[in-house]
Structure formats: C-alpha cells, structure tokens
Design a protein around this ligand. Structure first.
Ligand SMILES: *Cc1c(COP(=O)(O)O)cnc(C)c1O
Length: 232
C-alpha cells in the first residue's frame, strides 16, 4: 500500500510542478510517519524516500535509533523546550520555530553539541487561535531577534494551513507565505536565508507546490489514516 500511495503522490507532485513551470528537484517530499511503525518507514525507504517527518521528539529519537542513518528526520510539530535535547543531534531541520524562548533553548542545546541547527519559522498565516506560529506582521521582527543566535540557521518559513473542504481554499494562504518570504529575503538580514518554504499536506500539497513549496509534508496520503485510539 505504501508503495502504491507513494507512486500516486509522486505523480501528483510531478504534475503540479509541470503545471507551474517548476522543476521536480525543487520540491522535497517529506513522508510524515508519526504514529506509524518502523516497518512502514522501511517500506517507504525502499522506494527511495529519505526525508521523514515526526511531531513527537521521543518518537523521532526512537525511530532514529533503529533505522538506517542515511534517513533525514524533520521535526515538524509543536516542540516543547524541555524536549529539544532529544532531537538536537538527530533532526536535520526544525520546521516549527515560533517563540524566542524555544529559539534560545535550541541555541543552548546546539552549542553543547557544537552544531548549527537549520530552522524554519512557523507562520500562522490564517491566524487560527488553535495554532502556534508567528503572525505575518510580526515575522520580520521575530526573525531579526532570532537571527543573532549563532547556532541557529534560519532557512525559511513554514505554515500549517487550515483544514478546508477543497485545496483551492488554501491557495491564498500558501501565496501569502511565499510573498512574506520574498519580502523578508529582500531585507538581506544577516544569517537569514529564505530559500525553503514548508507547506502543503495530504489535502492540499499540489496547490502548495503550485504556489512555491520546497517541502511538502504528506502523512495520510502515504501511510493511511492514523489511529490514535489505543494510545494511553
Ligand atoms: C501530521 C502532520 C502533517 C501530515 O498531515 P497529513 O494530513 O496526514 O498529510 C503535516 N504537517 C504537520 C505539522 C503535521 O503535524
């Protein structure tokens, strides 16, 4: 099932690239494996997937330990400060930086390990109260503040778009994130790179690709529905 799903997602990414005049190599598919077993990750890896996304630090750490070291782990969810230590030397990128306090903790942990941590700034484009992230109008100020931390490297922006009936309903959210990244890029802030845009999930990744996504985060579309039911 994973194999067939991946082939379908891959075809749809290619078609979205073709429609929008983009190269397939500009878009990285992150297979969001949260709650899913190691065996399914191995199935995806056998199809050539190397980028995986997790939203629980301990789960990312545990999967990292048992799977081949060529896999690349993306921390995509809400990250509590006391859990940064679990993933600091395992994640290739943190997609969900939305507070100065979290940035300071990442800085401290990255310094301990003598590494430079790539981060994306999470932007709450649609201003949903239930979601984290910086409001668009506060993003420049926030980025200037975080950009002085020497063990963080800002690589771009990320958003979790609203749950909508049809993907088209999120087009303006994706476009707004792209425009914000272009605006910030023009400020030429030291230590800030705006090359990455992490946006689009199972329901709307094609629209996100059309609007400039460089990372799409697809879970259900690859691994099937998640079952949270039997969790304690
Ligand atoms: C779970 C999750 C995804 C994947 O969601 P699907 O709808 O299953 O594709 C993407 N991004 C984040 C931040 C997530 O937590």
């Amino acid at each position: 099932m994973v194999k067939e799903n991946l082939a379908d997602v891959e075809r749809r990414i290619q078609e979205a690239c073709a429609r929008s005049g983009r190269k397939r190599s500009e878009v990285t598919l992150i297979a969001v494996s949260k709650t899913k077993p190691v065996s399914m990750i191995e199935e995806a890896a056998a199809e050539g997937i190397v980028d995986f996304g997790e939203n629980k630090p301990q789960e990312l750490r545990d999967k990292y330990e048992v799977l081949p070291k060529n896999l690349r782990w993306h921390m995509i969810g809400n990250l509590q400060r006391n859990k940064v230590k679990y993933i600091i030397d395992k994640a290739v990128m943190i997609h969900s930086l939305g507070s100065v306090e979290l940035a300071q903790t990442i800085e401290k942990e990255a310094e301990k390990h003598d590494l430079l941590m790539p981060v994306l700034i999470e932007v709450n484009v649609a201003k949903e109260p239930s979601k984290g992230g910086i409001f668009p109008e506060d993003a420049e100020h926030f980025i200037r503040e975080v950009s002085v931390l020497p063990h963080l490297k800002i690589k771009g922006l990320m958003t979790i778009a609203p749950i909508v009936g049809k993907p088209e309903d999120n087009r303006m959210v994706f476009r707004a994130l792209k425009n914000l990244s272009v605006d910030i890029d023009r400020k030429n802030i030291d230590n800030v790179d705006m090359s990455e845009l992490s946006m689009g999930m199972t329901g709307d990744f094609e629209t996100a690709v059309e609007e400039g996504a460089t990372f799409v985060r697809v879970g259900t579309g690859i691994f099937g529905e998640r079952d949270y039911g039997n969790k304690a």
